[in-house]
Design a protein around this ligand. Structure first.
Ligand code: ZN
Length: 132
């Protein structure tokens, strides 16, 4: 089953917890066992799984990505958003999560994040939910 989630972002860079939206889509499918692929078809956004308990982790990730890929760096891409493209590649464009007993198999502290690097924008996350 295919699905999608709309993700409006409010900052230039932002991690948005989409775990509950993904779980809702999985629950709507009424499958017991399988997996879901969470995918973004964007070149300046990504998907990652990380801690969703302490919000400092989110801000540390964004701060250190900024240090790794500074906005003021030397880039050839004329559009001016090279840092966003590079950060998107560092995060990756998808995550796969197992489903057991109708629930996402995430660790106690894990959440699924949409990673915005060139916002604010209205974004879309694709879901492919497979039973098995
Ligand atoms: Zn660009």
């Amino acid at each position: 089953m295919n699905g999608s989630i709309k993700v409006p972002t409010s900052g230039q860079t932002q991690l948005v917890d989409i775990t509950s939206e993904v779980q809702t889509a999985v629950s709507d499918c009424k499958i017991n066992e399988g997996f879901v692929i969470v995918y973004v078809a964007h070149t300046t956004a990504g998907i990652t799984i990380n801690e969703n308990a302490d919000p400092s982790v989110k801000s540390d990730i964004l701060m250190h990505l900024d240090e790794m890929v500074p906005q003021s760096g030397k880039f050839r891409h004329a559009e001016g958003n090279s840092p966003a493209h590079i950060k998107a590649s560092l995060m990756g464009s998808s995550a796969t999560v197992f489903i057991a007993e109708g629930r996402l198999c995430l660790g106690t502290w894990q959440g699924i994040y949409f990673c915005e690097f060139d916002g604010p924008r209205s974004r879309k996350v694709w879901l492919k939910i497979i039973e098995g």
